[in-house]
Design a binder for this molecule. Structure first.
Ligand SMILES: [Zn+2]
Ligand SMILES: [Zn+2]
Length: 298
């Protein structure tokens, strides 16, 4: 049993799920970050300071956008591999001295969503990407793009999809905004939700009802049982992507840009997602279009 993942009848809400503030090694406070991002059209941000369990509910300040709780854990597992893992959701009691593996276990027990952060930059192997059953993988990390160009997690996401065909993609800023780590608004997600509330945004992320982008926009996604109907900002290519060599595509190198397409989706691929690419080579990705079995309800 497979179910189409997307319901794009709500409103699109842009957000960033990986960010550092002065609560760890970032250069800006929560009010500064909220003002900056809200002015660029962002509606929500997650606090993911290193090993800091944020507590948005206890923050009396009012902000021009919605803050949500998270944290970023780092450390080595028993194989010696180094991981950074972004945990989305409210957690308590995570301590660096307890180590990465215990931290991951505790975060998962508390219902956090675990995202493998910047695997390319960490030097993670494809086995690393499969070892801890991550809920998602960063397919683009903006600060790593600045640091040494190792920003692309698509290959690691592809590995994670082999075990979990519902594994989600995330494009993120990993904002620091210090002189040695500049840059923001380079990678984000856009969720589709009925309202901009903590509950609705967390539910949309948990069910994967969002896309990841470095530029282009998905405006609607619909499935009629055979074909996918997509509307987008003007893009040069639309790609239906499956395991290994599998893929279908629309678009040309020099012809008109696309904004409204219908494309058949093969039924026999273990997973399938959509990638769109604009005239400047910037890309955006859906999550796997279908969820199967027990994961169908998120
Ligand atoms: Zn990191
Ligand atoms: Zn980070």
């Amino acid at each position: 049993m497979r179910t189409f993942r997307y319901d794009t009848s709500g409103q699109w809400l842009k957000g960033n799920v990986h960010l550092h503030s002065t609560a760890s090694d970032g250069g800006k406070s929560f009010p500064e970050l909220a003002a900056l991002y809200a002015a660029a059209g962002f509606r929500f941000l997650f606090r993911t300071d290193h090993w800091v369990s944020s507590d948005v509910a206890a923050d009396p300040e009012s902000y021009p956008l919605l803050w949500l709780d998270g944290t970023e854990l780092d450390g080595q597992d028993q194989t010696g591999a180094m991981f950074h893992v972004v945990c989305l959701g409210t957690t308590k009691g995570l301590k660096r001295e307890d180590g990465l593996v215990n931290g991951l276990k505790a975060a998962r027990e508390q219902g956090a969503l675990l995202i493998l952060a910047h695997p390319h930059w960490c030097g993670n192997s494809l086995e690393d990407a499969r070892r801890w059953g991550f809920d998602g993988v960063e397919v683009y990390n903006h600060v790593c793009h600045w640091l040494n160009g190792k920003s692309n997690g698509l290959v690691h996401w592809d590995a994670a999809l082999k075990d979990n065909p519902s594994a989600q993609a995330f494009a993120v800023d990993d904002t620091h905004l210090r002189p040695e780590h500049p840059g923001w608004n380079g990678g984000w997600i856009v969720v589709n939700a009925a309202e901009c509330t903590r509950t609705a945004i967390l539910a949309a992320i948990r069910t994967g009802n969002y896309y990841s982008s470095c530029g282009p926009e998905f405006r609607s996604l619909a499935w009629d049982g055979k074909e996918l109907h997509l509307t987008t900002s003007p893009v040069r290519f639309v790609r239906i992507v499956g395991p290994a060599v599998r893929g279908e595509r629309l678009g040309t190198f020099a012809g008109p840009l696309l904004t409204d397409v219908k494309i058949p989706v093969p039924r026999d691929w273990d997973y399938v997602y959509v990638e769109i690419e604009d005239h400047s080579g910037k890309r955006a990705w859906t999550n796997p279009l279908f969820v199967t079995g027990s994961r169908a309800n998120g």
